[in-house]
Write a protein that binds this ligand. Structure first.
Ligand code: PGA
Length: 221
């Protein structure tokens, strides 16, 4: 089976870039994390492209939560995946706590999507006992994306042996869960990274905004 190639556009992109991607991506193992506003448009224009959201609300029920977007809304808009707990959302300004990440994981699974749960080197602090139990019971619907802080957006990718041993420990600790590596992945290093046994796919930030890069990377999957 091909490995999963997930793009995270963050707060980047235009509708014309969305169009360019929709016109040329046919690979079934590519998922694009568009900004929320582009999701419905992308889905209803090309139902074949798999879409991720970059976050979801802690609230599951409709209600007076100004500015929030629920997992149910994301599902209805065409999302199949939701990226959760990205380090940029865990940073102090966004305050994605361990407790809130668990609420979001539950909402995403409850609404029939797959969660891409981002962790860094300190993953044991991000996965408490309750979260660990939840992972154990929902292994089919959760993927852990291991993204070392030093590698995100820096161009400094971790070494192959570091990636391999980190993902090996994660799989050993968390019931052989599926894992992605993220942090400065591009078309030059993707072949080596995707060849690692423990790597079930990659989470790509900057390079996922360039169609040619993505097309090169997917060749190694
Ligand atoms: P990067 O971002 O590929 O630009 O390093 C990865 C991420 O933030 O998921």
């Amino acid at each position: 089976m091909s490995k999963l190639i997930v793009g995270n556009w963050k707060m980047n992109g235009t509708l014309s870039l969305v169009d360019a991607f929709l016109d040329s991506i046919n690979e079934e193992n590519i998922v694009i994390g568009f900004p929320d506003l582009f999701i419905s448009y992308a889905h209803f224009r090309n139902k074949k492209l798999k879409i991720a959201a970059q976050d979801s609300s802690i609230y599951d029920e409709f209600g007076a939560h100004t500015g929030e977007i629920s997992a149910k809304m994301l599902f209805e808009s065409g999302c199949e995946y939701v990226i959760l707990g990205h380090s940029e959302r865990r940073s102090s300004s966004q305050s994605d706590s361990v407790e809130n990440i668990l609420k979001k994981l539950k909402n995403v699974i409850h609404n029939e999507m797959t969660a891409i749960f981002c962790v860094d080197e300190n993953y044991e602090q991000l996965i408490n006992e309750e979260t660990c139990d939840f992972l154990k019971n929902n292994l089919e619907k959760i993927i852990i994306a291991y993204e070392p802080l030093s590698a995100i957006g820096t161009g400094v990718v971790s070494s192959i042996s570091e990636i391999s041993s980190a993902l090996k420990s994660i799989k050993e600790k968390y019931f052989n869960i599926r894992t992605l590596y993220g942090g400065s992945v591009n078309s030059k290093n993707a072949n080596d990274i995707l060849s690692i046994n423990e790597v079930d796919g990659v989470l790509i930030g900057g390079a996922s905004l360039k169609l040619n890069e993505l097309k090169e990377i997917v060749k190694f999957s």
